[in-house]
Design a protein around this ligand. Structure first.
Ligand SMILES: NC(=O)C1=CN([C@@H]2O[C@H](COP(=O)(O)OP(=O)(O)OC[C@H]3O[C@@H](n4cnc5c(N)ncnc54)[C@H](OP(=O)(O)O)[C@@H]3O)[C@@H](O)[C@H]2O)C=CC1
Ligand SMILES: O=C(O)CCCC(=O)O
Length: 492
C-alpha cells in the first residue's frame, strides 16, 4: 500500500518546503527523492534548496520575531498547546509518515510522536514561567533585576533517526520563549518535518515563525544557518564530526550552540543484578530503532559470574524479536536507514569475529527481507581492541564484554571520548551510588534501559555535546540573561 492510501488525512503528506508561511519549491525547481528504507522504493520528492532559500527563511524568521516575542507567554502557550493537540489527534498518520520514510515499526513510530508531542506540551506549560530574578542591591538607592529575553532566530539541524522528536525537542522551547525557528531536517526523513509544519500552520503560528528548508547539500544549508549573523542560536543533533564543524562555523559570529552528538553507551550488568530485568533493559536500550539511537547501549559489560547465563538469556530474547517492514503486524525491528549503515554494522561484526569474538546469535545481512536489513546479533568474547568498542555501531548488534570487578569496568566504561548515556544493573546500594557517580556520562540509567523523557535534561559530556534539551533547564538554552541596574532610588 502506498503512503497516501494509509493516511486518514493525506494533506499531511507535504512535498514542498515551508518558508514565511508559504509552501514553496526550490529556486531552480530541483528536487530530491525520498525512499522507503524497507523496500528501497521512492515515496516522493522534496525541493532541493540551498543557501539562497535558507537566507530567505532566516530573514522571514527575523521579520516575524518582534511580533512573536511581543506576545505574552500565555498567548504563545495557547498556540503550542494547539500544536500538541493536533499532533496527538494525528498520531496514526504522523507515525505512518515516519515509518514510511525512516523504517521504524509503526507502533514505535507512534510512540515517537507521543514522545515528540510531550516536548510541545511541556514547553507550552513552561512558556508562562520564563521567570527572571531580583537580586538584593549592592548599594543604597539601587535595584538589580535580571530578565530573560529570547535569543533571536534559531537554526535547528536534525537527524533521520528521530524525525519528529528531535525537531520538537529543539523547537518547542525556542518557540515557547519567543524565538522563531528555521529547521533543516535530514534529507532522508523530511516528511515528518513537513507534516509538523502543516500542523504548526493549523495551530496558528504567525507566518515566518516556523520554517522548514530541505536540500541535497546539507552543508550549503547548514553553513548558511551557522554563519548568517541573524541566526543567534544553533541546535544540532547528529554525528560528532559535523557537530564540531558547525561549532567552528558558529564561532565566527559567536552564536549560542547546543550539540547532541554521538554516544558509545556502556551497559554494565553486575553479578548481583536481576538478570531478567537486565535482559529486558538491554533489549529496550540496544534494539530501540534497530540500534540507531545515540543513547543505545553500544558496549555491554557483563560480570564474570553471570556472563554465560546472561548471554544465553539475551540471545533467546533477541531471537524472539520479529523483524520486517514497519507496517507488518508484530514487527519490533525494522530496516536500517540505508546501505551504508548496514555496511558499517557488517564491518564491526567482521572485525570483532576476526579478532576472536563469537556470534551467539545473528551475524548476517538479510537481503531477502529488503535492501537494508541486518539480523539482530549477539556477540560474545568481545574485547577493547575491536572497532565495536571504540566506535558507535548504530545498528542491532549487542557485543558482550566480560569483566571481573567494579574498578576495571568503570575504567573501560569511561575509556571513550563520548559521554552521553550509560546504564547499569546492580542491587548493592553502595555500588549503585559509587558507579552512578563514577560514570563520566550526562545520563545514567540505574536498573533501567529507557531514560528519555521530556521532564529530564537530555545531553552529554565530553565529545557527546553541549547543552541540555527538555526539562526545566531546556528553555535556558534559548534565552539571554539581561541584568538591569536601576539607580537613583534615593529618599523621596
Ligand atoms: N547523536 C545522534 O543522535 C546521531 C548520531 N549519528 C551518528 O552519526 C553517524 C552518521 O549519521 P549521519 O546521518 O551521517 O549524521 P550527520 O551528522 O551527517 O547528520 C545529522 C544532520 O546534520 C546534517 N548535516 C550533514 N552534513 C552537514 C554539514 N556539513 N553541515 C550542516 N549539516 C549537516 C544532516 O543532513 P542530511 O541528512 O540531509 O545530510 C542531518 O540533518 C551515525 O552512524 C551515528 O553514528 C547520526 C544521527 C544522529
Ligand atoms: O538518538 C538520538 O538522536 C537521540 C534521541 C533519542 C532519545 O531522545 O531518546
Amino acid at each position: 500500500m502506498d503512503l497516501v492510501s494509509r493516511l486518514k488525512d493525506p494533506s499531511l503528506f507535504r512535498q514542498q518546503a515551508y518558508v514565511d508561511g508559504a509552501w514553496v519549491d526550490a529556486d531552480g525547481g530541483g528536487t530530491v527523492d525520498v525512499d522507503d528504507p524497507a523496500t528501497g522504493r521512492k515515496i516522493g520528492t522534496v525541493p532541493d534548496m540551498g543557501a539562497a532559500e535558507t537566507r530567505r527563511a532566516i530573514e522571514a524568521a527575523n521579520r516575524a520575531w518582534p511580533e512573536w516575542r511581543a506576545k505574552t507567554g500565555k498567548e504563545r502557550a495557547a498556540i503550542l498547546r494547539r500544536w500538541f493537540d493536533l499532533m496527538m489527534a494525528n498520531q496514526d498518520d504522523l507515525g505512518a509518515i515516519m515509518t514510511a520514510e525512516q523504517g521504524k515499526p509503526w507502533a514505535e513510530a507512534k510512540g515517537e510522536i507521543a514522545y515528540g508531542a510531550s516536548f510541545v506540551e511541556w514547553f507550552a506549560e513552561e512558556a508562562k514561567r520564563v521567570y527572571g530574578d531580583i537580586i538584593p542591591n549592592h548599594a543604597p538607592g539601587k535595584r538589580i533585576v535580571v530578565i530573560k529575553q529570547p535569543v533571536g532566530v534559531v537554526g535547528s539541524i536534525t537527524p533521520w533517526n528521530f524525525p519528529n522528536a528531535m525537531i520538537t525537542r529543539k523547537c518547542a522551547p525556542a518557540l515557547a520563549v519567543g524565538c522563531p525557528v528555521v529547521i533543516k531536517p535530514a534529507k532522508m526523513t523530511p516528511y515528518s518535518a513537513l507534516a509538523l509544519a502543516e500542523l504548526a500552520e493549523r495551530a496558528g503560528f504567525p507566518k515566518g515563525v516556523f520554517n522548514v528548508v530541505i536540500g541535497k547539500s546539507a552543508s550549503a544549508i547548514g553553513t548558511e544557518l551557522a554563519t548568517n549573523p541573524i541566526v543567534r542560536k544553533i541546535g544540532f543533533t547528529g554525528s560528532t564530526p559535523i557537530g564540531k564543524e558547525l561549532m567552528k562555523q558558529a564561532a565566527g559570529t559567536v552564536k549560542k550552540i547546543s550539540l547532541e552528538l554521538g554516544g558509545n553507551a556502556p551497559m554494565i550488568i553486575f553479578d548481583d543484578a536481576d538478570i531478567d530485568a537486565a535482559v529486558q533493559g538491554t533489549i529496550a536500550s540496544k534494539f530501540r530503532n534497530a540500534g540507531q539511537t545515540c543513547v543505545c547501549a553500544n558496549r555491554i559489560f557483563v560480570q564474570d559470574g553471570i556472563y554465560d547465563r546472561f548471554s544465553e538469556a539475551l540471545s533467546a530474547a533477541v531471537g524472539a524479536m520479529k523483524q520486517g517492514g514497519g507496517f507488518e503486524d508484530g514487527v519490533v525491528l525494522g530496516p536500517l536507514i540505508e546501505g551504508a549503515a548496514v555496511d558499517k554494522v557488517e564491518e564491526h561484526v567482521q572485525d570483532a569475529v576476526a579478532k576472536g569474538a563469537k556470534v551467539a546469535y545473528g551475524g548476517q545481512r538479510l537481503a531477502d527481507m529488503g535492501p537494508n536489513f541486518y539480523k539482530p546479533t549477539v556477540l560474545t568474547g568481545t574485547t577493547p581492541d575491536m572497532k565495536i568498542f571504540r566506535e558507535e555501531t548504530f545498528g542491532p548488534v549487542a557485543p558482550l564484554f566480560r569483566f571481573k570487578d567494579e574498578a576495571e569496568v568503570i575504567r573501560h566504561a569511561n575509556d571513550t571520548e563520548y559521554g552521553l548515556a550509560s546504564y547499569f544493573y546492580a542491587r548493592d546500594l553502595g555500588r549503585v551510588w559509587r558507579v552512578a557517580e563514577a560514570l563520566e556520562y550526562g545520563m545514567v540509567g540505574v536498573n533501567e534501559g529507557v531514560i528519555s523523557t521530556e521532564v529530564a535534561p537530555f545531553g552529554g559530556m565530553k565529545e557527546s555535546g553541549l547543552g541540555r534539551e527538555g526539562s526545566k533547564y531546556g528553555a535556558d538554552e534559548f534565552v539571554e540573561l539581561k541584568y538591569i541596574l536601576m539607580g537613583g532610588i534615593g529618599a523621596p
